[in-house]
Design a protein around this ligand. Structure first.
Ligand code: HEC
Length: 703
């Protein structure tokens, strides 16, 4: 697999986040210089992994246009606006395909839940692809396409021959779409195969769900990244939890192929093997990183393996062809749910090796030393009253501690490898969650706008802002008094585009946003949600139709920092030949704490996508606006530079005219959870985004 250029998301088809270039190395990295910058020319957030084909770089900029740049100078060659209606755009990377004679060269991406193609020479849309140049991804999922508001993911997919293999995103809701893995012909847009992650009748695994679940239950989707073993023709697909995230009475069973690693025949979509990491997930414990393909020495022989990191904090290592685990995996008993209608799995799988990279328990003994005294007291009280039975404690109608939290452990782009030496690197975010299930009002399609708005709010917003709209200031603002601070137009913008760590709700149409605004203005006009069940009325509830919901419950303190003791972000290096940890270091810092001498906390809001090089380096940018190079054998920082905006996406490493470049997409908002920390850049600041490339000075002669 070529690793000397950057032709695909993650570098190559295997998504290894690895470059075999070695011009920049441990000895000279300190001389790295700014080579060029290309301003995005707007105030949008981007977390894009640039592609480099020959001497041309492709990026997303100019209000969501695909822009071609000269990769050596950053000079713009052309720009093609995508004119998305919904703002749903493949925004982490792009697919590139070329015909054998290289006369036909295409860029492929998803916009508004539809596939589109551009001519890679000039950005012209390819009109004879699909129907009038597009393929609706909502078709063929066995649901009314109009009922599916979110299908495409931000991940671009994988090219294999003339096929584009695609995962999907789904809503976080009940009745979300199913997570079918699909392959489309790049030339015609015709569907070549589908793999049903929620099996249809007659397919293996159908028995792990209630009858006809595929028609009503969603998720089990692949949104993070796929790895292709081109030689074997196997695509490795990591799947996420089935929906709804935190309550599964309407999906009794182990729910194959949710939270699994799938090995599929890339030509046909046929299942070769699978492994399920979480049975009947009610914790939102997705396999959220790209699987990594490496070769290791194990018991004296060379073995091609696939390694998968997850939100739970484990690394799972399997023989690539058979799915046989490299080290034993044990099914261990876990706590049982007492929610009406819920049947949790009596056991969950635990790998005996390698050791986890994330902390998997959180008690009052692990509270952060940076909490204010009153807050420490309040959180201690809440924690001591909460259920806290360790990993896989089921959420319930009382507070339940979840550690790693549902946004902790490893996340997209967070894993990278040195494929030849069997080294595996992973970024962990140590953030606990407090879950609590309540029965909330259902989104109503009729009635006054305030009532519809309330339903939409419960379904989309209460997760973070709370059913009482009080949020958890300052990390999550209260919306009770939101009109004192801002107006309709700005709120609509926040909903459409997202803000800081609030995701964009591009799927909500104008009418829905109007209903939300109406509700936020006059919540008193919308009736109360259904009361939580008591022991007397619990029996009257039909668990299959009762839609319990919980917020994500991220446990941030008033300061915006996690309530758990640091480090909040770690970077772990494994040697998968032995299964041992080589080193583990905190990654990044909180500038205000670093100024007081506390430099080993790790960044408190990471979205770090590392890239490893044959030069013995790991490049990564983070939300503290810094880009860094670490020594891959020790984790020691060898170089850093500060940019004008935060970095969320993955760097690309490439070579033009014999010169090696590292390019970062610095176009994300700075950390958002530090309003209360004086001197921190406010998240309201406009983003001055840019693609910024570094290289060794040209004057340093023959390198
Ligand atoms: C995943 C958590 C999350 C979800 C879900 C979420 N928000 Fe937010 N929201 C936030 C955070 C965090 C902020 C603060 C962003 C910042 O300032 O950096 C915020 C900010 C806002 C603001 C700006 C408030 C102000 O004081 O300026 C509004 C308005 C808002 N959210 C409305 C909504 C609505 C409406 C929904 C549902 C459609 C929603 N949010 C869903 C986390 C969330």
């Amino acid at each position: 697999m070529p690793h000397s250029t950057w032709r695909e998301y993650g570098g190559a088809a295997d998504g290894a986040q690895y470059s075999s270039l070695r011009q920049i190395d441990r000895n000279n990295v300190s001389k790295l210089q700014h080579a060029w910058s290309f301003s995005t020319g707007d105030e949008r957030g981007y977390s894009f992994n640039p592609l480099v084909i020959g001497k041309t770089m492709y990026v997303l900029a100019h209000n969501n246009s695909v822009v071609a740049l000269d990769a050596a100078t950053g000079k713009e060659l052309w720009s093609r606006p995508l004119r998305a209606k919904s703002l749903l755009i493949t925004n982490r990377g792009l697919n590139y395909w070329e015909s054998k004679d290289r006369r036909d060269r295409r860029l492929i991406l998803s916009v508004d839940n539809a596939l589109r193609e551009l001519n890679a020479e000039n950005g012209q849309p390819i009109e004879d692809f699909g129907t009038n140049g597009s393929v609706d991804l909502r078709d063929g999922l066995g649901r009314d396409p109009k009922s599916l508001t979110l299908v495409q993911s931000y991940n671009p997919g994988r090219i294999f021959g003339d096929l584009l293999i695609l995962g999907s995103a789904t809503n976080e809701e009940y009745a979300s779409g199913p997570g079918d893995i699909r392959a489309y012909n790049v030339l015609t847009g015709k569907l070549a195969w589908s793999f049903h992650t929620i099996p249809h009748p007659g397919e293996a695994g159908y028995e792990t769900w209630p009858k006809d679940a595929w028609k009503t239950v969603g998720g089990a989707n692949a949104w993070s990244g796929m790895a292709l073993d081109e030689k074997r023709g196997i695509v490795f697909v990591p799947t996420a939890s089935p929906k709804y995230n935190f309550y599964g009475a309407d999906r009794k069973g182990s729910n194959l192929y949710g939270d699994s690693l799938l090995a599929l025949n890339a030509r046909t979509g046929k299942l070769i093997w699978y492994y399920q990491m979480v049975h009947h997930d009610i914790w939102d414990y997705d396999n959220a990183t790209t699987p990594m393909l490496l070769t290791v020495r194990h018991n004296g022989r060379k073995v091609d393996v696939v390694a998968q990191a997850s939100k739970v904090g484990f690394v799972w290592v399997f023989e690539r062809e058979t799915g046989k685990p490299l080290w034993p995996i044990e099914e261990r008993p876990v706590p049982k749910s007492d929610m009406p209608g819920e049947e949790t799995s009596p056991t969950q799988p635990f790998p005996t090796k390698p050791a986890p990279f994330a902390r998997q328990a959180f008690t009052v003994k692990n509270l952060s030393p940076y909490l204010e005294p009153e807050e420490r007291e309040a959180i201690t009280k809440q924690m001591l009253a909460a259920r806290n039975g360790g990993l896989f404690t089921p959420p319930s109608t009382v507070d339940t501690v979840e550690m790693p939290g549902n946004n902790g452990g490893a996340n997209f782009g967070g894993a990278a490898i040195d494929p030849d030496h069997g080294y595996f690197y992973v970024v962990s975010k140590d953030l606990p969650s407090m879950l609590k299930l309540t029965l909330a009002a259902e989104p109503s399609k009729s009635g006054p706008p305030e009532v519809r708005g309330r339903g939409l709010f419960e379904a989309n917003c209460s997760l973070c802002h709370g059913s009482d709209r009080k949020g958890r200031p300052p990390a999550i603002p209260s919306l009770v008094d939101v009109f004192d601070r801002t107006g309709d137009e700005d709120i609509a913008k926040v909903i459409h585009y997202g803000k800081g760590s609030m995701p964009a709700f591009a799927k909500l149409g104008d009418a829905e946003v109007r209903s939300l605004l109406a509700y936020l203005r006059h919540p008193e006009r919308a009736p109360e949600s259904i009361a939580a069940p008591t022991t007397t009325n619990a029996a009257a509830i039909d668990p299959v139709t009762a839609h319990y919901r919980s917020g994500f419950g991220f446990m941030f303190a008033q300061s915006g920092l996690p309530v758990i003791a640091p480090p909040w972000t770690t970077f772990t290096a494994y040697d998968l030949n032995t299964g041992d940890i080589r080193w583990q270091v905190p990654l990044g810092e909180v500038p205000e704490l670093a100024a007081q001498g506390h430099k080993d906390t790790g960044s408190h809001f990471p979205k770090t996508n590392p890239v490893v090089t044959a030069g013995g380096l790991i490049f990564a940018g983070s939300r503290d606006r810094k880009v860094r190079a670490l020594d891959s054998s020790t984790g020691k920082m060898l170089w850093e530079a500060e940019l004008d905006a935060a970095i969320e996406g993955m760097p690309a490493i490439y070579e033009v005219n014999g010169r090696e470049y590292v390019v970062f997409c610095a176009a994300a908002r700075s950390t958002t959870h530090t309003h209360a920390i004086p001197g921190h850049p406010a998240s309201q600041d406009p983003i001055h985004g840019a693609y910024v490339a570094f290289a060794l000075p040209e004057t340093s002669g023959k390198r």
